[in-house]
Design a protein around this ligand. Sequence first.
Ligand code: GAL
Length: 432
Amino acid sequence: MRAQPLVAVAFAAALTLAGCSSAAPTASQSPSSAASAPAGGAGGDVGVFTWWADGSEKVGLEALEKLFKEKYPNDTFVNLAVAGGAGSNAKAKLAADLQNGNPPDSFQGHAGAELQDYIRADQIEPVNDVITTLGGASVFPQNLLDLLTVQGNIYSVPSNIHRANVVWANPEVLKKAGASAEPADIDAWLADMQKLKDAGVATPLSVGGTWTQLQLFETVLIADLGVDGYTQLFTAQGDWGSDGVKKAVAHYAKLLSYANTASDGDDWPGATDAVINGKAAYNVMGDWAVAQFTLKNKKDGVDYTYFPVPGTKGVFDFLADSFTLPKNAKNPGGSKDWLSLIGSPEGQKAFNLAKGSIPARTDVPSDDFPAYQKTAMASFKSDKIAPSIAHGAAVSQAWNSDMSTAISKFYRSKDQATLVTDLVAAAKKNAV
Ligand code: GAL
């Protein structure tokens, strides 16, 4: 049931892999399978690299760390987190460490095209044994596993699934302007933003730095092109110069005209906090934002509301964090303890409760989750799935980087024709 909607993502990923002839599994499986690991863990330091260093993201990682210490008392968790949402600082540090032969014992990598970068570069090992011990395809959606698989080998363990196309809104601010609870499409949403402006709200829409803008833009692309048109963009036939993309760029430019002024490096918590403290009406943010509302003691339905980005109802803009076993990790036994924990029902429940995401496993009951996550679980089952650009599902890191440069340039110039030209060039350079 759940596997079906993921086809669009798997399809995009499969195409990404089509040009990936060097992705043959060269790594040998460690003889110590997860099943035969000593009780209490392999022992030694286990260095885990993420970008969950601050605020609500740190709370999610801490939930895992606590459980890891309980389950694997022989192991010593070493937190190698580097701050900066979406890995904006972490990824460069990770690339340097991998390049210099100094890998962590496990690192965070997004399911889909981003993970395939590491596979192609021969930087990570298969973890088939861990996935099998965790229950394999009977507990993880097959099409999610497909995003982690190359030539029969599975290269990471998914910890969670996030939704990127969510508008977080402040109901008090909306009320001031008589703005609707959920506009039907982008034009209706823009009309509400004008109402807010007329009512004296200086910042109808809050944005952060470049990656948050790229994420906003991807949701507008989904709204204007539909899932199929959007997914098509990541194939060799994708037409980034189409009228649909031009329409999305025009919508995006209008949305930015209602937003605050941001610097390239501004992180997401500031943008979400603007909604929390009533400075802004809306923020488009992945559902890690719900953990920020919780951290600030805000109540769902009272202090904040949420809805899919107008025009994307029925679409789940998808990303999944997953954890790897790097080649030449110092403590592969400890890595497998970590992977076994994050892939277990207990690990997935503890982490996702704190993180705002939903379990990647299908056998974690929804009953104990708060209202927002219950809605996300239901949407993930029934919606069409679109792969996120900003968070590694749809495009490689090189393509993401070229699009980010184009989006950052556009933020300063507001030159729509140049943005389209830059997007076309980025696709030409990177599509496989
Ligand atoms: C994403 C990641 C999420 C969350 C977000 C903001 O790339 O998958 O788990 O951390 O960045 O930092």
